[in-house]
Design a protein around this ligand. Structure first.
Ligand SMILES: [Zn+2]
Length: 501
């Protein structure tokens, strides 16, 4: 019906032909990340013919996002008019919510759309012949990005496909034998005068690995400001073991690292060079520039969507079931199937007592062999002999399959070109910021007559964004269960940031 390469190719084509130059990186010195949601629709009536091989399938990009930045907590606003998190995955997801809102408006006004009436008043369900596939040009930041560097990556930019033992060797809590025999053999074969070091970027979100001469690599173990945090247990053991055996010098084998830091009060990384640097399976917040952020890593958010759906609390009022992703496809880049599975699915697999309709999904996880033209790796390959410092593009592009102003380019959380004086004005707002999506949602509510509204929206006292979110009872119950059983320590936005109207 579809393949990973086909979906990736479709997203790249959409990026190339449907998005303007504005907001795209300057390929001589900048890179960005891309994410998208693709609708796959099969012609339902064909099934009756008994020839599934001829099933007509249409694939369409319905939402897209680019971006690499996240604002620090000091820049957050109580008016809901700034984008806190502009990583491509999050921009794509918010653009997808904008698309879903439009589809609900079509449903409520009896037009052709992706929904059919549900069994409860005012509720809709996705047509059974429609699925959504999420695409990301790179491995999501946070937990999914933590896995051992494997040999082919010594030559910069070669992809890791399928990853043998990846993830297992970095498992802090259960696996004390840090190298499998195969990795040990590889370790012995590697030239000893080279170690692999991460390449620092402005965001501190690290993914690129460059071989570096051992002589200049003497990184000491730092624990910065996290004195009150428990260090991941077995990493600490490994640290002791390293000291005892005199193995404090950097090892030849390393793991891919993420700039996302562990949430306060939970286990923390040991940050010793080599395999023990990170602890896996933990919740993390995105790195900012200087200022710390309140945004959870993309791995954590994907794990949450895999249980609660992508629609969020507001749209859940109108939906009988959450809108889940059927597959997540990652473009050509360093990738580990095991780390992805652990981060997105396994952390939430054990939870019980979710309300009806909510369930941890067995989302398909795939990698494509096609590389994004403006990814960090692609730009590095082209600029390999240039001395120009490559930087992440500061703009974020949002695109939704909606008739009015589908495109939205932002920088630092506001429309690109917004001046200091312009902040707060209507023109400065992104179409996918909280307050804009909330107003679109309220418009939908008021367009529907009282008797056709779902039960949860007939309460007259709902006023603020917070009120409307809290009133989505089954969604909030699912979130409470998920948080208490699997995502403890999730950094929530304080209520004061959600009380706008
Ligand atoms: Zn991210």
């Amino acid at each position: 019906m579809w393949s990973a390469d086909e979906i990736a190719g479709l997203c790249y084509l959409h990026y190339r032909t449907r998005l303007p130059k504005q907001g795209k990186p300057d390929p001589n010195r900048e890179w960005t990340s891309l994410a998208a949601v693709v609708k796959v629709e099969s012609a339902a009536q064909r099934e009756a013919c008994g020839s599934p091989g001829n099933l007509q399938v249409t694939k369409e990009v319905v939402a897209m996002g680019t971006g690499t930045k996240c604002i620090g907590q000091n820049k957050m606003r109580k008016t809901g008019d700034i984008l806190n998190d502009s990583h491509a995955e999050i921009v794509a997801k918010r653009s997808f919510q904008r698309y879903l809102l439009h589809q609900l408006w079509l449903a409520a006004s009896h037009q052709q759309c992706i929904f059919s009436p549900g069994t409860e008043t005012g509720k809709w369900k996705l047509k059974p012949n429609i699925i959504f596939i999420f695409f990301s040009s790179h491995t999501p930041c946070g937990d999914a990005s933590i896995f051992p560097v494997s040999e082919p990556e010594n030559q910069l930019s070669k992809p890791v496909t399928g990853g043998h033992a990846a993830g297992q060797s970095a498992e802090c809590r259960s696996n004390h034998n840090h190298l499998c025999p195969e990795d040990k053999r590889k370790l012995e074969k590697m030239p000893s005068n080279h170690v692999i070091k991460r390449m620092k970027t402005d965001d501190g979100d690290c993914f690129s690995i460059i071989p570096e001469d051992l002589a200049v690599h003497h990184e000491s173990v730092k624990h910065e400001d996290n004195t009150d945090q428990k260090i991941c247990e077995c990493s600490a053991e490994m640290q002791t073991a390293n000291k005892e055996t005199g193995l404090v010098r950097p090892k030849v084998v390393d793991i891919h690292r993420t700039g996302a830091k562990c949430v306060p009060g939970e286990l923390d990384d040991a940050r010793i060079p080599g395999l023990g640097y990170h602890c896996v399976g933990l919740l993390r917040v995105k790195p900012g520039r200087g200022d710390r952020t309140c945004s959870m890593s993309c791995s954590d958010k994907l794990a949450r969507w895999n249980v609660l759906g992508c629609q969020g609390a507001l749209l859940m009022h109108f939906l009988q079931y959450p809108v889940y992703l059927s597959a997540i496809i990652v473009g050509k880049c360093p990738y580990s199937q095991e780390a992805m599975r652990r981060a997105v699915i396994e952390r939430c697999q054990h939870i019980s007592s979710l309300p009806d309709g909510f369930l941890t999904q067995e989302v398909k996880l795939l990698q494509s062999d096609l590389q994004f033209e403006h990814s960090r790796q692609a730009i590095q390959e082209v600029q390999t002999n240039s001395r120009t410092k490559l930087v992440p593009c500061s703009a974020a592009i949002s695109w939704s399959a909606v008739p009015e102003q589908p495109l939205d380019v932002t920088s630092d959380g506001f429309r690109q070109g917004t001046t200091k004086k312009g902040i707060g004005s209507h023109q400065s707002r992104s179409k996918i910021c909280k307050v804009e999506l909330f107003h679109k949602f309220q418009k939908l509510v008021t367009s529907i007559s009282q008797e056709d509204l779902p039960d949860t929206l007939r309460v007259k006292t709902l006023k603020t964004y917070w009120d409307y979110k809290e009133a989505a009872l089954n969604y909030q119950e699912a979130w409470r269960v998920l948080r208490s059983q699997a995502l403890l320590g999730w950094v929530k936005n304080a209520k004061e940031y959600l009380q706008f109207t």
